[in-house]
Design a protein around this ligand. Sequence first.
Ligand SMILES: [Mg+2]
Length: 382
Amino acid sequence: MKITKLETFHVLPRWLFLKISTDEGICGWGEPVLEGRSTVVEEAVHVLGKMIVGEDPRNIEHLWQIMYRGSFYRGGAIICSAISGIEQALWDIKGKALGVPVWQLLGGKCRDRIRMYAHITPNVENPTIEEVCDWAKKRVNDGFKSLKTPMFAPVRHIDTMATVEKYVEKFAAIRETVGKDIDIAIDFHGRISPAMAPIMCRELEQFYPMFIEEPVLPENIDAMVTVARSTTIPIATGERLFTTWGFREVIEKQAAVVLQPDVSHCGGILQAYKIAAMGANYYCSMAPHNPLGPIALASCLQLDTCIPNFTAQEHPTTPNGHDLGKELFVEAFEIKDGYIDVPMKPGLGFEVNEAAVKEYSYDGYYTCPMEFHKDDNSLGDW
Ligand SMILES: [Mg+2]
């Protein structure tokens, strides 16, 4: 079997799909995307594609090495996102060629269903505590047992008692709304300084957050270690880290106990599988990052099925939005009691409705929000 062609499709709201064709008529799909940088990743996909056209798509590790190591300069968000989507499509081809789901090729299944966690981010600017709690209630009514809430505004390097209390009150209200049986994670989004993060964590501990994600930025692992040692709340990180090399220091220094590689950024399904194995030696678990589209989610579900150290899967839907990709796939993902059943179909487990992909196409330019300015108009972290 030989790779013959790579085609890319920008799909609303901010997705990039990749179709890889072969000379045997089997096609594979991947999602090589970096939020807000789709057009740049698209170009990287086609540059890397020239290295693998004519090759056997089933030699996934070898082709990954060619794309990652073969062009001298390695890694980074753009290249790794491009490789990730290509790698997903290669797994899709291989699974379809052999008539088995991808997890079957990675050691078999470790579970029967996959725990999902949902966002509680109301679709309004500066949501009130009541609006956030309403949203949390809707998600629990949708069946989710695990939720995640963001911080909603930048925090100054050293901020006031009132700011701390505002966030603690918000989290307390969510906990009060959904009760003690629901997991609630908090995404600090790297917006908090190493000076403020331990204070926020100390005040939030009483409400048992499931984990705190990116309590500080992930570029300086020692800073994250400082925060991790200051609190009993589990620390999570990984969406802005790439390949096993990017996770090595986090794991070895025990900066985080929950690892969140993104299978559309970290290098793909097999890289995430290796990251899970590295983390297992330090008793870390996985909560793969995914605010992206349906092919990324399908890739996550394959990974989640076959790794032993799994906590929960991020699920990018809106309330009653069990239908991520409903019109793009023949069948939608179905949430039952907060879980999705292990996918049983060959490859990544779906068929793409190509007419819908064309219908939802756009030019690929998506601008990340830039409203995160502090009271002196200096830039806060997005
Ligand atoms: Mg995050």
